[in-house]
Design a protein around this ligand. Structure first.
Ligand code: SAH
Length: 395
């Protein structure tokens, strides 16, 4: 396999909107203020009123924004709109999980999932239409890649979920956490994702605390550094193997940014931000990375990391039982192996959770998200051909 079997490593610009009007969902607070002051000739507090209508009350029609004067409302009608993604499909699961298929443009759609759990409601948000990284165990990889989502399309996913929650009768349904763990590699859509994350955290936006917004990455080392300069969010790193040979097989990006460099970047992230720990995600696949020697290696790597960070809980491990999808050559580890793997880590002093699989019945679990991707790579066609070619040919 090539260094990175992906169409592009450099962040790509979002496809320009067909509608040339300014979508106010694209603007974080400084841009919204500048737009009101410089473009509309209005006072700064008007921008704040607008954000409250959008993010606190989920109102999209200017006519309903009653504390904005008539003249301003008509100016707004002429110049801009509030355009969240279109809900193409809306599917609740039997376990309370809720999945939306959101149309972004003709032919492209992404999935967004809300996972309620006791006092929490976690929204899993996508950053790209498809993904170019080709992690071997991820269904999004089989769909290829089309484009980056705009900031409006990223924050728009939170908007759709919040609007839904505002309309359901259960008062206890909340949106308390956002994880950038849907389709795509968020660090390859850096600017738009950072803009959207700032709206997630802004009091005039969704008002989430920094540690409740998590960016998950396959490990783009330079962009992890850049992230620490631009924003303050929790970082999750998709590790899946503690040695380079196996990790490169599973996550081809590892060839470019091997484990040691990735761990160093994580250390730098902790030093430069207020975050106390990094979450390392580890998808458990039967016979591939779930054996006792893999657990031992992972314990050693995590302990070394905590030593270097000078904090015994600087690393948290999230074990994700593999979620199968049609055509995959991998299988979920058995319950015994999962428990044994977790025990080895806990015995090694590493905080380790097993992520309960949610939304299984609607294919909304990790790595099962499948939007509609107008693939610009050949990956989708290749995967289809392999699927047709034989049951284990997708390997
Ligand atoms: N590109 C980002 C975010 C998307 S994937 C990243 O790599 O982190 C979100 C998480 O789900 C990652 O840890 C990913 O490795 C994991 N994942 C992908 N496919 C999976 C599958 N089939 N079963 C379980 N976890 C999976």
């Amino acid at each position: 396999m090539s260094t990175l079997d992906a169409p592009a490593l450099k962040p790509l610009p979002a496809t320009p909107a067909v509608d040339a009007r300014v979508n106010l969902l694209d603007l974080d607070r400084p841009r919204m203020e500048a737009f009101f002051e410089e473009e509309l000739g209005e006072k700064r507090f008007r921008a704040h009123q607008m954000m409250k209508w959008m993010y606190h009350r989920h109102v999209t029609s200017f006519a309903d924004m009653t504390d904005l004067g008539k003249a301003l409302r008509s100016k707004l009608e002429d110049r801009c709109d509030v355009r969240p993604p279109k809900v193409m499909f809306d599917k609740p699961s039997t376990d309370g999980t809720h999945k939306w298929l959101l149309g972004m443009d003709a032919g492209n759609a992404v999935e967004t999932v809300l996972i309620p759990d006791k006092n929490r409601g976690t929204l899993c948000v996508s950053s790209q239409v498809g993904c170019g990284l080709n992690c071997q165990f991820c269904s999004t990889a089989t769909q290829g890649f089309n484009r980056n989502l705009s900031a409006a399309e990223v924050i728009g996913q939170v908007f759709v979920a919040a609007r839904h929650l505002g309309n359901v009768p259960h008062r206890d349904r909340k949106l308390t956490n956002v994880v950038m763990m849907g389709m795509g590699e968020p660090l390859l859509n850096f600017d738009n994702v950072v803009t959207a994350m700032s709206l997630m955290r802004d009091d005039l936006g969704f008002g989430l605390a920094s540690k409740r917004v998590t960016l998950s990455t396959a490990g783009l080392v330079p962009m992890i550094d850049k992230l620490s300069e631009k924003t303050e969010v929790a970082l999750a790193v998709s590790l899946h193997a503690a040695n380079d040979a196996l990790r490169t097989e599973l996550v081809p990006l590892n060839k470019k940014y091997p484990v040691a460099e990735l761990m160093d970047a994580c250390l730098r992230y902790l030093k430069r931000t207020k975050m106390e720990s990094i979450t390392f995600e580890y998808t458990l696949m039967r016979g591939v990375n779930d054996q006792p020697e893999h657990a031992r290696e992972l314990v050693a790597l995590m302990r070394q990391f905590c030593r270097q960070a000078q904090y015994s809980h600087a690393a948290k491990v999230n074990l994700i039982p593999f979620n199968p999808f049609p055509g995959t050559r991998f299988e979920r580890s058995g319950e015994t192996e999962i428990r044994a793997f977790q025990k080895k880590l806990l015995d090694g002093g590493i905080l380790t959770m097993v992520r309960r699989t949610r939304g299984d019945d609607i294919d909304a679990a990790c790595g099962q998200l499948k939007g509609q991707v107008m693939d610009k790579t050949r990956r989708q066609a290749e995967f289809k051909k392999k699927l047709e070619g034989g049951s284990n040919a997708a390997a």
